[in-house]
Design a protein around this ligand. Structure first.
Ligand code: ZN
Length: 377
């Protein structure tokens, strides 16, 4: 994921007012699709809690499909206090729930759960130890950034609300040893973008954000001779963006492109570039120090479309553009928001969360809740 360098170049973003591209579509209320079986399994467990006969094997299979982890944990913990289960069966259920957390890479949740019952189940100790070593192996960068540098509402990409247009450009650098973007690879990446969209809508729904929609506008360009991937890290990018890039994706100039995608300033626009280049993904984003932040916020994805973590990396970098800092660098966030996509990877994007502080920073709520670190605004 991005090393979250705060490098900002200068542009006046340019909100212009021609009415060529009036958009007739207001943001719609979109109901996210939660997998059907997960809704059903919660309902069934709720029925069990309400007094229907408890079937141990059914319960085991329902746990494995659980989607809302916090809810399922509350339900399971209330169930295991019921007399229908013996000590051993209760241990199996707790252990199974911990295994599910572990399989989703929610290591801290698994450890916390097992530790709670360790005195009754001493056999959990070795399991906790194993999970803890995995958890610790993910902390290598957690000492570099002490504060939470909020970029809430800052920069060219503001709040993640209303209609959001992501200009998503696949960029081929011929100098790269990796394959150039072709139709097959772009199609594969479209699948990633569709997962990101579904996930963001579903997360927004959890925060009762109803007027949010996000669409990816997909392009592909090749870098011109003399322009290299390295330009994106330098002020040369500003020249490239203003002079070449907009034309490459079919606009007269960058102003016309921005006007189009922002619908004359009504919609949020986020720029995401996806390079066929092996590097670490990153984002230029406006943090707390808006003085540095005059040019365009954009994210650079360098993961291959087929890589396991690519959807999470895309989601993570997009959240940067809307003001979110990395949590994974902050020492005090080690045990905080441990499923947040800004803090830890999950085994799949669908198991990642947007925690209240991230929801606050991207404009989905007015409260960030209690946090174990200082927020720098
Ligand atoms: Zn990051």
């Amino acid at each position: 994921m991005s090393s979250f360098n705060q490098i900002f170049i200068g542009l006046c973003l340019i909100v212009i007012s021609l009415s060529l591209f009036q958009d007739k579509n207001d943001p719609k209320t979109i109901k996210p699709t939660v997998p059907k079986e997960c809704v059903e399994c919660i309902a069934q467990i709720e029925a069990v809690v309400a007094g229907e006969p408890i079937r141990f094997n059914l319960l085991k299979s329902l746990i494995s499909k659980s989607y809302d982890e916090d809810k399922i944990e509350r339900l399971i913990l209330s169930l295991i206090n019921m007399p229908e289960f013996n000590h051993k069966q209760k241990g199996v259920l707790i252990s199974q729930l911990a295994d599910i957390y572990k399989s989703r890479y929610h290591f801290y949740k698994a450890m916390t759960l097992l530790s709670k019952y360790e005195s009754s189940y001493p056999e959990f100790s070795s399991k906790i130890k194993g999970i803890n070593s995995q958890f610790e192996s993910w902390q290598s960068e957690r000492n570099t950034n002490l504060g939470y540098r909020s970029g809430r509402g800052n920069g060219t990409t503001g709040h993640m609300k209303g209609k959001v247009n992501v200009v998503y450009v696949h960029i081929s650098d011929r100098k790269s040893k990796n394959k150039l973007w072709n139709t097959q690879l772009i199609n594969r990446n479209k699948g990633n973008l569709s997962s990101v969209k579904d996930w963001l809508l579903q997360q927004a729904h959890l925060y009762n954000v109803s007027n949010f929609d996000i669409n990816f506008h997909i392009h592909a360009v090749a870098l011109h001779k003399g322009i290299t991937s390295k330009w994106f890290r330098t002020q040369g990018f500003e020249f490239y963006f203003k002079s070449v890039f907009a034309k490459d994706i079919g606009f007269e100039n960058s102003q016309q492109m921005l006007k189009h995608y922002s619908n004359n300033g009504r919609n949020e626009v986020a720029f995401v570039f996806h390079l066929n280049y092996s590097e670490r993904s990153w984002a230029y984003r406006c943090g707390a120090e808006t003085g540095y932040c005059n040019f365009l916020e954009f994210a650079m994805i360098t993961e291959k479309p087929e890589d396991k973590y690519t959807p999470q990396v895309i989601a993570h970098e997009i959240l940067h553009l809307f003001g979110s800092p990395d949590l994974y660098l902050i020492p005090y966030a080690k045990h905080f928001a441990t499923t947040d996509v800004m803090n830890y990877y999950s085994s799949d994007l669908k198991w990642s969360a947007i925690s209240p502080v991230t929801a606050w920073v991207i404009g989905w709520s007015e409260e960030h809740g209690k946090v174990p670190f200082k927020i720098i605004r």
